[in-house]
Design a protein around this ligand. Sequence first.
Ligand code: NAD
Length: 256
Amino acid sequence: MGLLEGKKGLILGVANNKSIAWSIARELHKEGAELAFSYAGERLEERVRILAGSIGAGLLIPCDVTRDEDIDSLFGKIREEWGALDILVHSIAFANKDELKGAFVDTTRQGFALAMDVSAYSLIAMARGAYPLMESNGGKIITMTYLGGRKVIPNYNVMGVAKAGLEASVKYLAADLGPKGINVNAVSAGPIKTLAAMGISGFKEILGHIQDRSPLKRNITAEEVAKTALYLLSDLSSGVTGETIYVDAGYNIIGM
Ligand code: NAD
């Protein structure tokens, strides 16, 4: 029997087959979870539909996380179809390309607000939508973060500030939702070539740097991130909440 047999999970953040959220979805599916997907805008619908169909998932719901009405209708639909939810995977971030290069001191008010809204606030809004559906059986929520939220990474700029906010939100949400039997954690992934990552200026150099300097002397794969996500979304991690777990070939421990 799979680790997630009988569990229902909502996956936010699949854009294509390179998305970290997609690797997580496949891992959860292998362990028996039934999955629903949200997608950001009509442009992505067909691609997400094909991917979801390949693992037998038919529940697809549009949701732009900057729109409260989309979030309300997403959880309304989940309640209508499933009545309850066990797992929420939040794998969403966005910043304007102009903010992901040059000097951080040039961050605009609007660029800051957008990056924070999509990449950090959306976890809070999603957790608020999810917890009433998780209260009866408990639940597991994870989000995706990056070292740039704790240390300065060239060009990561405002996204680093958003990830710092996201990681702090994980702790506050874990404290709020713990008494309801809900665990909230983050996975801090090393760099992986995805659509979002390609928006960061100099991304390829970061990959080379990790290969040279990390203890494992290589980059990590989305599948490795997905296996840690599985741990955090299964009973194996029942006593873990409010944590950020690194899956980065050990790079974050290096001082010099
Ligand atoms: P991706 O581009 O495949 O995924 C990003 C997702 O965010 C996309 O599905 C996109 O549709 C969604 N999104 C953006 N704006 C949205 C909005 N307004 N409403 C709803 N959805 C929206 O890239 P990815 O690398 O898989 O990114 C997933 C998460 O992993 C992000 O939080 C990212 O910061 C994080 N992460 C990525 C890396 C990496 O190197 N790829 C490393 C650490 C953390």
